[in-house]
Design a protein around this ligand. Structure first.
Ligand code: BGC
Length: 719
């Protein structure tokens, strides 16, 4: 194949927008010096992630030839100034790729990803990601380090907030939605940014829920549980991936040739690039794999990490490693090729600068806020509603108590990109607006998030007594979740439970709002609450969504994407476990229940639904035939509502035992009061009944399979 056609020095092919990307990449590589190539493989950081950066001062020592910059001023102006240096002061004028962590919105902050998964509405998440991309793009971001699709089953791990919960399929579906939202069909269009699937792979298996620690993952589990969301993201066109910090059964993810090259590049044919997580290259020394920084560089590079984030190891050692014959030039060219390909696909050579707009033109646009409220309302999960206490209709006085009640900042959660407290509608504001004409609102915080100070209890009890219903707002601070935020217990701090006890003693009906970034232990709280709404950290419109759900303006439709254990000691606990060797009273805890308090997919509505009989279009099928499973769902209430039907499969007997059930499809539909909707699952035998072996090849056993929905199951036989 002749790729370099009409290159000339005056009109180099790589600058010709009409030429195809591959030939432009080859032309550019053929012109680059080794030093220029190596600089492309490095991502520098501005270090300080603030608006106040003195941009000129900070960037003065940054080589204009670097591949990428992470964290920069949120003024497009400063970013454009740096880009101008790259375009005009570097020999070849290669644009810089500007990266930033945009995890759940840029300035218009959306619910945390774990919450978004509970909406079971990928289209809404795609739209939220599109807004995030649009705001980020306007500030000069080309590349975000999201989505995080680490299947996570240990809520002690702070990073459970960043992913889509405990289930593999759920992570895969939302991954596709986010990638499409950021990248669209063509990344070179305005308002599009490149996605980065992270953390490749298995980071969620962190032992004991601690960050950066090793994981033990068998090949079977790697393929069954952790790899599929990444495969889905690659298929959806994700431009890049981030290699993770942890070791996988002894081999650090950032020096893991098997996952980075054999799986990602050879098997899945991903042609974008892999960036290391922050400092993950030099950390290979701490992890005990490399003896020194140079060896770490060699191991990461040879394994298939193309760009080095922040630690400058590649810049320092790649050239020496080349001289020593420990890496070869072809590999350097291939790494550069992958990075340039992404830059060309983003259209950066043609449009290196962004238009400088005012804040009001970019942020918090009415439609963006509408999505924020809808996403928050659909993500919140009604866990309990005894005696149909909710919605609150015709209530004279409502007391709003608890540390979250008037603390708007916590709704932003962790990993806010440009999140600002003043953008948030908190609970009290939301309730005042919602109930303005209907109810009187009294408020008192009662206590702080933690500590022993009970001096606010008396006032809280006083207003509870003066009210008809008490809303107790408990939870975790936003900063208690996220990276490096592991907790040994998932309890709500004792002081908050004591406040609840004091309020409950008044005998008033109690609604508990739980605002956290992880599943928490609610066993004691549950006994003291008539209703519980899990609100998560739900972003700038949290207060409107909460108030709308409490008033009945919204009918709750969220369902849990992660199990709520009965107690911390049950962890790890998740729905798709394998069968035990003994049943009955064997192998269960002797001191507490072995069941979770709220299982995966639990979530109530103000409507009531009745499932009809599960039917199958055929009882037997061949490998290439599709069949359908159907179930009717009747709304037996007087209120329109949304129901999400979760379809599971199980292979009851298999030479590699399978989980008791695995989610294979879900669908959320509006079901009008008194009406019936048919939900249908189209079963493709290999895709839905088959499973992967230890090498990642899908296969289908002959024999019986079970299809499950709710508590019903039917069998289908593969001939
Ligand atoms: C995190 C990544 C993040 C990166 C850049 C790391 O510490 O693990 O998730 O994208 O920093 O901020």
């Amino acid at each position: 194949m002749v790729l370099v056609g009409c290159a000339s020095d005056q009109h180099p092919l790589y600058k010709d927008a009409s030429a195809n990307i591959e030939s432009r990449v080859e032309d550019l590589i053929s012109r680059m010096t080794l030093e220029e190539k190596i600089l492309q493989l490095n991502q520098y950081t501005l270090g300080v992630n603030t608006v106040e950066n003195n941009f000129g001062e900070v960037v003065k020592d940054i080589p204009v030839e670097i591949g990428s910059l992470i964290y920069f001023s949120d003024h497009a102006e400063g970013r454009n100034a740096m880009q101008k240096k790259a375009m005009e002061e570097s020999r070849l004028g290669i644009p810089i790729l500007f990266g930033h962590d945009v995890i759940h919105g840029y300035r218009t902050t959306y619910p945390i990803p774990l919450a978004l998964a509970c909406s079971w509405t990928p289209e809404l998440v795609r739209r939220a990601s599109e807004v995030a991309a649009q705001e980020a793009y306007a500030c000069g971001v080309n590349w975000t380090f999201s989505p995080m699709i680490d299947v996570a089953r240990d809520p002690r791990w702070g990073r459970v907030m960043e992913g889509f919960g405990e289930d593999t399929y759920t992570n895969a579906v939302f991954c596709e939605a986010v990638v499409k939202g950021y990248q669209g069909d063509d990344m070179s269009e305005k308002n599009r940014i490149a996605a980065c699937l992270k953390h490749y792979v298995g980071y969620g298996a962190s032992e004991a829920g601690r960050d950066y620690v090793p994981t033990e993952i068998s090949d079977q589990t790697l393929w069954d549980t952790y790899l599929p969301p990444f495969e889905a993201g690659v298929k959806a066109g994700a431009a890049t991936l981030m290699s993770a910090f942890h070791t996988i059964s002894g081999i650090p993810a950032s020096a893991n040739h098997y996952i980075l090259t054999e799986v990602l590049k050879d098997k899945w044919e991903h042609d974008g690039f892999v960036v290391s997580d922050w400092g993950a290259v030099e950390q290979l020394v701490i992890q005990g794999m490399a003896e020194n920084e140079k060896e770490a560089t060699m191991l990461a590079f040879n394994a298939g990490v193309e760009m080095d984030m922040a630690d400058k190891m590649y810049q320092k050692y790649l050239s020496e490693l080349l001289d020593e014959g420990k890496i070869d030039l072809k590999q350097v060219d291939e790494a550069v090729r992958r990075i340039l390909r992404v830059k060309f696909r983003l259209g950066l050579f043609e449009n290196p600068y962004v238009e400088e707009k005012t804040e009001s033109e970019i942020y918090l646009l009415p439609q963006s806020l509408e999505i924020a409220e809808q996403a928050a309302a659909e993500s919140m999960v009604l866990l309990k509603n005894e005696g149909s206490l909710l919605p609150l209709e015709n209530v004279g006085t409502i007391a709003i108590i608890g540390p979250v009640a008037n603390d708007k900042a916590q709704h932003l959660g962790n990993w806010g990109a440009r999140a600002r407290v003043e953008d948030v509608v908190g609970i009290i504001q939301g309730m005042n607006e919602e109930f303005a004409e209907k109810s009187k609102i009294l408020t008192a915080p009662g206590c702080d998030f933690e500590g022993n100070d009970k001096s606010g209890f008396a006032e809280a009890v006083r207003i509870a007594k003066a009210s008809d219903v008490v809303v107790v707002c408990l939870g975790h601070k936003g900063s208690w979740s996220g990276e490096n935020q592991s907790r040994s217990t998932i309890e709500i701090p004792a002081i908050q439970e004591e406040l609840l006890a004091a309020v409950e003693a008044t005998g008033k009906p109690v609604v508990v709002l739980v605002t956290t970034g992880r599943p928490v232990e609610l066993q004691r709280i549950e006994k003291k609450a008539d209703a519980i709404l899990q609100t998560w950290h739900s972003g700038v419109r949290a207060g409107n969504a909460i108030a709308g759900l409490l008033s009945g303006r919204y009918n709750p439709s969220g369902k849990l994407a992660m199990t709520f254990p009965y107690s911390t000691g049950q962890i790890p606990i998740y729905y798709n476990r394998r069968k035990p060797a003994r049943t009955g009273d064997q192998g269960i805890y002797k001191d507490i229940t072995s069941e979770p308090l709220y299982p995966f997919a639990h979530g109530l509505s103000y409507s009531t639904f009745e499932y009809g009989k599960l039917t199958l279009s055929a009882k037997e099928l061949k490998e290439n035939e599709k069949i359908y499973a159907e179930v009717s769902v009747k709304n037996t209430s007087k209120l329109d509502g949304f129901e999400t039907v979760h379809w599971y499969v199980c292979d009851p007997y298999s030479h590699i035992t399978r989980p008791i059930k695995e989610l294979r499809f879900f669908e959320k539909k509006r079901v009008k009061a008194g009406e019936t909707e048919i939900f249908r699952f189209e079963i493709d035998p290999l895709r839905d009944l088959g499973f992967v072996n230890r090498k990642g090849d899908k296969y289908l056993d002959k024999g019986e399979y079970r299809i499950m929905v709710g508590d019903q199951s039917v069998s289908v036989y593969v001939k």
